[in-house]
Design a protein. Structure first.
Length: 261
């Protein structure tokens, strides 16, 4: 188990090797406007009237577990700020990401490395920043890492940024032989959303979730993107590890849908 602590302030994290975020797609969706100080909080994620009718008796009533288990919790690594995900590397080390924009490796004895260099410029305002950091299943041979992060759209920055201003980008890179920096960073996909998880399927493809803005002051009727097949927001996306789209995706070849969905 990894214990995350030390809440950190938000920031824009620059990188000299990657001075600017990748260009956004041509379907950039305007983010919710910045909240006005002192204004009443209106709207939420639950006031849209969504009240589905159960399809069978007890559908919405999860059964009570027949028994519970007792767990022994052992802290393996501490001092992590804004931890979001972790994955094991060959040999038992742990690849950890901190949402404000740091990637670290914990040794088997729990010692944390210094932050790995070479990350692209990312936007870590509010709940955005660095998300899933996933080693390739053949990491021992290729030292490849896939990761998701939010970056501001290309172009001039407004004086006041909207809420959840970043766009979810999916990238790949190679970890240097000394574990100190990322090399050959390449953006694979602009997923358009605000956060996401990622796994590598048994066939090697990447499965990515892309969310939409939510929270107090954001009305869900204003965000129909999950039902729109021309938006990657609110979807599960599937791509190859080079960024191409598998021909076996269910909507590949259709003009009215994006093939990554």
């Amino acid at each position: 188990m990894i214990v995350a602590a030390l809440a950190l302030s938000t920031a824009i994290v620059p990188s000299a090797q990657n001075p600017s975020p990748p260009a956004a797609s041509d379907r950039v969706v305007p983010r919710p406007p910045a909240q006005v100080r002192g204004a009443p909080e209106t709207g939420s994620t639950v006031t849209d009237g969504y009240a589905p009718i159960p399809q069978w008796l007890g559908q919405t009533r999860a059964p009570r577990p027949a028994k519970s288990e007792v767990f022994t919790v052992q802290t393996v690594a501490s001092g992590i700020g804004g931890g979001f995900s972790f994955h094991f590397l060959p040999g038992g080390r742990i690849l950890i990401n901190e949402r404000p924009g740091r990637m670290r490796i914990a040794s088997k004895d729990g010692a944390l490395s210094v932050p790995i260099g070479g990350l692209p410029e990312l936007y870590a305002g509010g709940p955005q920043g660095l998300f899933e950091v996933l080693p390739d299943r053949d990491f021992a041979k290729n030292r490849t890492i896939y990761f998701g992060y939010t970056a501001l759209p290309a172009g001039p920055r407004p004086a006041v940024l909207p809420r959840l201003a970043g766009l979810l980008m999916i990238a790949r890179a190679r970890l240097s032989a000394d574990d100190r920096r990322l090399e050959d960073v390449r953006v694979l996909l602009n997923a358009e959303g605000i956060n996401g998880r990622m796994i590598q399927a048994p066939d090697g493809t990447l499965l990515i979730t892309s969310g939409i803005p939510a929270g107090v002051g954001i009305d869900s009727p204003d965000w129909p993107q999950p039902q729109q097949m021309t938006s990657r927001m609110g979807k599960v996306l599937r791509i190859n590890t080079d960024g191409s789209v598998p021909g076996s995706n269910p909507f590949a070849g259709r003009r009215d849908a994006l093939p990554e969905i």
